[in-house]
Write a protein of this length. Structure first.
Length: 298
């Protein structure tokens, strides 16, 4: 029983459960600043939509990759930081593919019920983004197996970019604020993807995946991360034009951490340096989201 529970915890990355509602609600609280409509019931609903939606994405990710994940050779890179019990449950036969897809359908169904309680057309905005993001996830996982240009990365990671935008659209409309959030978050998502690829380069080489390091080399990937981090800095300044003082402070702290992460990556140019830098990227994202939420209250 404990082994099964542990497998589901790893499948859903449950120890990060608080991150996804926070990121999703950063968009929601930004919308509150311009559209009002605040209520705790809506916040709880939005938090659950974000949680269930992202967890379903994790299940879909592992389900699509179940066969290719059996080729992993570098198990020491699967740390407790990302998978608490260091397992990929579907590929290791700890959770059957049938049970995994059933869980995915259950999570999506529950989310559709929650989304249907939003006002129209906001419910339509959110469900459209959800469906689009799952299609992008499938495209990303499949396309990176056969490409000469990083299309899977540049197109596929739009899914992560749109996640907080879906939170915004729970009460807001597609507008300049949503666009600025997209421009702010997209280059960070792409830089973060390059970092993940550095960490998993050995497994990806065995799997013959066309990830950033295998397309451009380790040094090229460090420049990829630096380049998109620099674009992120510029778009962060643009985004701050519609934000306030609290967010300015949070973004400043986040950008300092991001700069330190880039320095670590540039110095090491290795999977080890990537592992050291990864938590800094994650903390930066969390600080960004928390500062946008706090801006509403202060």
């Amino acid at each position: 029983m404990n082994k099964t529970i542990n497998a589901y915890i790893d499948l859903l990355r449950l120890h990060f459960f608080f991150v996804w509602p926070t990121l999703f609600c950063s968009g929601l609280f930004l919308a509150f600043q311009y559209y009002n409509g605040f209520s705790w019931i809506l916040v709880i609903r939005a938090a659950l939509i974000g949680l269930l939606g992202f967890e379903a994405g994790f299940v879909l990710n592992d389900y699509i990759d179940q066969e290719i994940d059996k080729q992993d050779v570098e198990y020491d890179k699967m740390t407790k930081y990302w998978r608490l019990f260091k397992t990929k449950p579907i590929s290791q036969n700890l959770i059957s593919p049938r049970n995994a897809i059933t869980l995915f359908i259950l999570l999506v169904t529950l989310n559709l019920i929650l989304i249907s309680t939003l006002s129209f057309p906001n419910s339509l905005y959110v469900v459209t983004i959800m469906a689009f993001c799952y299609c992008l996830e499938y495209f990303y996982q499949v396309k990176k197996k056969n490409q000469t240009l990083p299309l899977s990365q540049l197109i596929g990671r739009i899914d992560f970019t749109l996640f907080p935008i879906a939170g915004y659209l729970c009460v807001g409309n597609p507008d300049i604020n949503a666009l600025l959030y997209v421009l702010f978050f997209y280059p960070l998502a792409i830089a973060h993807l390059g970092l993940n690829d550095i960490i998993d380069v050995t497994n990806d080489r065995v799997k013959k995946l066309k990830t950033i390091p295998l397309l451009f080399g380790m040094q090229g990937t460090t420049y990829w991360i630096l380049f998109f981090s620099a674009i992120h800095l510029v778009t962060a300044v643009l985004f701050l034009t519609v934000l306030g003082t609290v967010t300015l402070i949070g973004f400043t702290v986040g950008l300092i951490l991001l700069s330190i992460a880039n320095y670590i990556i540039l110095q090491g140019k290795s999977a080890q340096s990537g592992m050291k830098a990864l938590p800094l990227f994650h903390v930066t994202m969390l600080i960004y989201a928390a500062s946008i939420i706090l801006e509403y209250w202060i």
